[in-house]
Structures are given as structure tokens and as C-alpha cells.
Design a protein around this ligand. Structure first.
Ligand code: FAD
Ligand code: SF4
Length: 469
């Protein structure tokens, strides 16, 4: 009844489309694909929001951004207050506005979605974050200093969020990051054409401007261990060390030349800027025909990067298009760009040439059986359906294991059989004063779920420090 009343206003049923580079143009460059709303487009989209008295979208956001409130401020063109409203809960809005799977989160619960397209919450969030970057405003309110010190391991979304929330609560915060840039996967994994690196750097700079001390090139477990940090003046530690070593299928021929893990391939393209060759000293050799194995965001990013490096690309995925776990928008972008999808197909073995370089991939066709433990229908090989594909290289994007160094250097820290750190929903681990969150606890997930974990842990750390004698 209530929902019917809410849906009465003359809201537009379709969202304002996001301007994009054309597929023909963008497949030859690494520039951002989605160009963002103009002010006029953002205003039209914001005006679609019904300002529901009992909004349903907020419950879909893992960090609980007050969506109707920021959109209302936006409609009145008070952009500074609108972005402040977002930043009360989310310190990385330019990133979330670009890469959150909104169709599975906030936008899934938007009431307009029942009669047409949901409000494009992420695109509005991006508009405001981009507006703020051009005006260089730092929106934040800080509590009085508490005299407590917290070390954060890892400058990915979990670590940056925990650090931002902890410093706003008045604690002194030092982030230790193994790489020479902050951002984690946002910097070394997700390509420039989806998430420009100056934007990641800008959001990390915002966390620094809040007062967080960021120490790069520092591996916890090597430079210092967690027990050492706790002995040398830190009152608590948050571990957000994410996922690292890649998984492989364990099929014959995996050691041939030309078979890359998506991790290595994307690091070489993004962090080492292989796509700028000959301007960089670190090219990557992939040849003309590339197969990418997997169906998640990592597979889409690998495929679209390889395409931009000049290859013909096929994605080999063992389930059907419906089960493909990548963000819908990125799947559509990949299809528009001409990536070939081999659904219901799984690799069986790699075939090499006389020099030990991969030259073909043998695959088998699959059919879907009953749902497995994940709730998705299990792919089953169809006997006798084997076929081979000629390839010059293969990129394996089937998942990563947790980064192992902290676990192996922190005595008493409970770990699961998969190597993830055991922590409760507030990030509390088996060791007093040690909290953890993000991919290192859940296994590979999403940016916003890592941020949600960082947020909950910051709250729990604050309670721990307040109660600590
Ligand atoms: P990470 O981002 O992995 O950050 C961990 C940080 O800890 C890293 O910087 C690492 O260098 C550092 N570190 C590790 N060990 C140590 C140590 N011992 N000492 C000091 N520092 C250490 N999610 C989405 O929501 N949308 C997407 O579109 C999307 N696309 C993706 C595309 C790719 C290619 C990949 C790989 C992932 C993608 N994801 C996406 C998933 C998302 O990026 C991750 O879930 C998220 O980054 C996890 O955040 P985190 O902070 O837990 O870990
Ligand atoms: Fe939606 Fe992500 Fe923004 Fe939350 S942070 S409102 S999930 S886009």
C-alpha cells in the first residue's frame, strides 16, 4: 500500500544513460570508458529519486550511505553538502561510484526498479566525487585526540576505510603498505579504462589529508611483525592485507610459456604500465590470439586489456551467460567491444610448441546439472565434445588465495583451512587488539564489502580502545 503511494509521482522510468567512448574508439585506448554525467544529466537523474519516506535503497549499501539525503542535497545543487553526506559513511566515493556492483546492492532495492530502471545511485555518487576533486574541498569532522595509536596493514579499500574512520574518531593511525602505491587492487588490478589511477591516488590522498600517516614499501611480517607493532607503541592493529597468490586449474601444460595468471598480467599492464610501451621499459608479450579463463570482473578486465593491446580475445567460461559473476555493465562493455565468449566451456589441457610456448588450448563443452554448494547449477563435461582453440597466450583468472605473510608470522592468529584469517563480523580475531577485514577474511569479494568490513572493525577497535585500561 505504502509502496504504491510512493510510486505515484511522475518519475521517469528510464535512467539517464552514461556517456561512453564508442566501442570502436575505446578498444584502441586505455582511457576511461564511461565519461560521467554532465551537471545537467546528473540533475535530471537526481530528479528521478522519489524521496521515499521509508527508503529501501540504504539497506542495500554495505556502508549505509544515506542515499535519499545526498540526492536531495544534490537536487538543490548543494554539492558540497551532498558529498559530505556521502563521506560521513564512505571515504572512497569516486571509486565506489565507478566499480561497485550497484545492480546487486543499493540499486537492487530502489523502488523505481519495480516499475522501470532504478535511480543510477552510483553514477550520481561519481558525479559528486568528481565535482569535489575539482574543487579540492576536504569534508571531515574529527574528534579530539585520544592518545591511542592504531596500525593498519594494507592500503586497499578495507585498510583505507578503517584508517579514515579511526582517525575521525581521534586515534592516531599509521598505514603500512607493501607496495609503492596505496590502493591495493584498485591500483594494481582494475585497469585504467575502468578506474583511472589518478582517481585512486586522489582518494588515498584524501585519507592522508585527514591525517593518516601512510608508510609505503613496508611489508608487515618482514619489516616488522604484528607482535612487534603491538610491543612498540600501537594499541591495536587492523589487518586488511587482501588476496594475493593466483589459483591455477592444475591441468597438463600449465607451465608452458605464454600462460599468465591474471594477477601477473594485470600488474604488468597497470602498475608497470606495459600498455604505454615503448614509453615504458616493461612490455608484455601476448601475441595475436588470447584466451582468458574465468567469468568474474578479473576475467573481464584481463580480456579487455588484452584487446586493447591488439589481440583477438576469447573468454572461456564453464557456466552460461546468466551465471557469469562479473558486473553486468562490464560484461555488456566487453561484448560491445567484440570480445568472443565461449560459454559452457572448460579447458582440459594446454598444448605447446617445440620451444615450450603455448600454441593451443583443448577444451570440453559443459552442460548445467543440479545446483552445487554455491547454489549455482553445477557444470558437467559433455563426453566427446572436446575441441581445440589456437592461442598465442592464455590468461588464467579463476581466483586468488589470501596473502599469507601475516598469518605465518603472527603466532596464535587463527586461520581457516583456506588461509583466510578467522574474524567475527566486527573484525575481532583470536588475538586481543588484532582485528581484520576485507578479502583477507572473506576471500575475494567486492570493494564495498571490504570497505564495510573496515568500517565495522574501526567501530569495534574504537570500543576496544575506549574500554582498554
Ligand atoms: P586489497 O585491495 O587486496 O588490498 C590489500 C593491500 O594490502 C594491498 O595493497 C597489499 O599490497 C597490501 N598488503 C598485503 N600484505 C601486506 C603486508 N604483509 N604488509 C603490508 N601491506 C600488505 N570489486 C568490486 O566491487 N568491483 C569491481 O569491479 C571489481 N573488480 C576487480 C577487478 C580485479 C582485476 C580484481 C583483482 C578485483 C576486483 N574487485 C572488484 C574485487 C575488489 O577489488 C577486492 O575485493 C577489494 O580490493 C578487496 O579489498 P582489500 O582492502 O580487502 O584488499
Ligand atoms: Fe551504492 Fe556503492 Fe554508493 Fe553504497 S557505496 S550507495 S553500494 S554505489
Amino acid at each position: 500500500m505504502e509502496n504504491k503511494t510512493q510510486l505515484k509521482p511522475k518519475a521517469q522510468k528510464t535512467a539517464v544513460p552514461i556517456p561512453k567512448q564508442t566501442p570502436k574508439e575505446r578498444k584502441h585506448n586505455f582511457n576511461e570508458v564511461a565519461l560521467g554525467y554532465s551537471e545537467e544529466q546528473a540533475q535530471v537523474e537526481a530528479s528521478r529519486c522519489l524521496q521515499c519516506p521509508k527508503p529501501t535503497c540504504v539497506k542495500g549499501c554495505p556502508v549505509e550511505v544515506d542515499i535519499p539525503a545526498f540526492i536531495k542535497l544534490m537536487k538543490s545543487k548543494d554539492y558540497a553538502k551532498a558529498i559530505s553526506k556521502i563521506k560521513e559513511k564512505n571515504c572512497l566515493p569516486a571509486i565506489c561510484g565507478r566499480v561497485c556492483p550497484q545492480e546487486e546492492q543499493c540499486q537492487k532495492f530502489c523502488l523505481l526498479g519495480k516499475v522501470g530502471e532504478s535511480v543510477s545511485i552510483g553514477r550520481l555518487e561519481r558525479f559528486l566525487a568528481d565535482w569535489e576533486r575539482q574543487t579540492d574541498i576536504v569534508c571531515s569532522e574529527k574528534a579530539k585526540p585520544t592518545g591511542k595509536r592504531v596500525a593498519v596493514v594494507g592500503a586497499g579499500p578495507a585498510g583505507l576505510t578503517a584508517a579514515a574512520d579511526l582517525i575521525k574518531l581521534g586515534h592516531e593511525v599509521v598505514i603500512y603498505e607493501a607496495l609503492h602505491y596505496p590502493g591495493g587492487v584498485l591500483m594494481y588490478g582494475i585497469p585504467e579504462f575502468r578506474l583511472p589511477k589518478n582517481i585512486v591516488q586522489g582518494e588515498a590522498d584524501y585519507v592522508k589529508k585527514l591525517g593518516v600517516d601512510m608508510r609505503l614499501n613496508c611489508i608487515i611480517g618482514r619489516t616488522f611483525t604484528i607482535p612487534e607493532l603491538l610491543k612498540t607503541g600501537f594499541d591495536a592493529v587492523f589487518v586488511g592485507s587482501g588476496a594475493g597468490p593466483p589459483q591455477f586449474m592444475g591441468i597438463p601444460g600449465e607451465n608452458l610459456g605464454g600462460i599468465y595468471s591474471a594477477n601477473e598480467f594485470l600488474i604488468r599492464v597497470n602498475l608497470m604500465k606495459a600498455y604505454t610501451f615503448p614509453k615504458c621499459d616493461t612490455p608484455i608479450k601476448i601475441g595475436k590470439k588470447v584466451a582468458v579463463i574465468g567469468g568474474g570482473n578479473v576475467a573481464m578486465d584481463s580480456a579487455r586489456s588484452a584487446l586493447r593491446l591488439g589481440a583477438e580475445v576469447s573468454v572461456v567460461y564453464r557456466r552460461s551467460r546468466e551465471e557469469l559473476p562479473a558486473r553486468k555493465e562490464e560484461l555488456e562493455n566487453a561484448e560491445e567491444e567484440g570480445i568472443d565468449f565461449k560459454f559452457l566451456t572448460s579447458p582440459v589441457r594446454y598444448i605447446g610448441d617445440e620451444k615450450g610456448w603455448v600454441k593451443a588450448l583443448e577444451c570440453v563443452k559443459m552442460e548445467l546439472g543440479a545446483p552445487d554448494a554455491s547454489g549455482r547449477r553445477k557444470p558437467i563435461p559433455i563426453k566427446g565434445s572436446e575441441f581445440t582453440m589456437d592461442v598465442d597466450s592464455v590468461i588464467v583468472a579463476i581466483g586468488r588465495n589470501p596473502n599469507p605473510i601475516i598469518q605465518s608470522t603472527t603466532e596464535g592468529l587463527q586461520v581457516t583451512k583456506w588461509g583466510t584469517i578467522v574474524a567475527d563480523e566486527n573484525g575481532k580475531t583470536s588475538l586481543p587488539g588484532v582485528f581484520a577485514g576485507g578479502d583477507i577474511v572473506t576471500g575475494e569479494a567486492t570493494v564495498i564489502s571490504a570497505m564495510g568490513a573496515g568500517k565495522r572493525a574501526a567501530k569495534a577497535i574504537n570500543e576496544y580502545l575506549t574500554n582498554k585500561k
